[in-house]
Design a protein around this ligand. Sequence first.
Ligand code: ADP
Ligand code: MG
Length: 223
Amino acid sequence: MGKPKTDGSPPASGRLVHRGAEATLRAVDWWGFPAIVKDREAKGYRPKALDERLRRERTRTEARLLVDARRAGVRTPIVYDVDVLHHRLVLEELPGPTLKSILEDPNLAPTLVRGAVRSLGMALGKLHAGGISHGDLTSSNVLYPDGPEGPPALLDLSMGTRSPGVEELGIDLHLVEEDLRALSPESEALIRAFHEGYAIGNPDGQSAVRTRAKEIRGRVRYA
Ligand SMILES: Nc1ncnc2c1ncn2[C@@H]1O[C@H](COP(=O)(O)OP(=O)(O)O)[C@@H](O)[C@H]1O
Ligand SMILES: [Mg+2]
């Protein structure tokens, strides 16, 4: 055991999986289950009270939305534990490539990649139809636990909202489209597949959300 941190949170141990701008993730054994401990680290440049509040809120939001998304029929890691006081989540560890690594793999068959993107569209459609926006839907926040042919799991929902407006939904769509454009030479075919899936997952909302995503793209490009 390491020295306790000054904020009193237990020292984290386990194999380092990822160190991002917001959080550090470690792989651990959780009562016999492979798990990920996600610690939101303190940010020294924020006043301490604000920093504490933001980390607590995001930890809480992420836990809630991961659970809500599962209820809406979208795969997410199971939340094993929430320690809001210490800004810590313990999540089921899921195997599988990220969407980013699928898009960057030159050896994958294009039909397989299109299928993976189409099923992401369906999952996002279901999330939206269930009244949840993701808020940070980059290709690193999508995993394929059963491989590119299986349904995706969504990660990292701390910037998501309940009862989102069409703007939040449009941003989710826009972010995926931008990642597809950045990472694949086949982006137009992939965006079509993504929209096709989205229309199945969110049949009532799809037209308005796609229109808004287009508007957002125009705004970003000509701003
Ligand atoms: N439950 C999980 N199972 C397996 N890998 C995970 C899990 N959660 C996160 N990861 C991996 O760690 C990376 C960062 O996790 P994420 O929750 O997105 O943190 P950040 O907020 O720093 O982006 C992900 O892109 C993914 O590769
Ligand atoms: Mg992330």
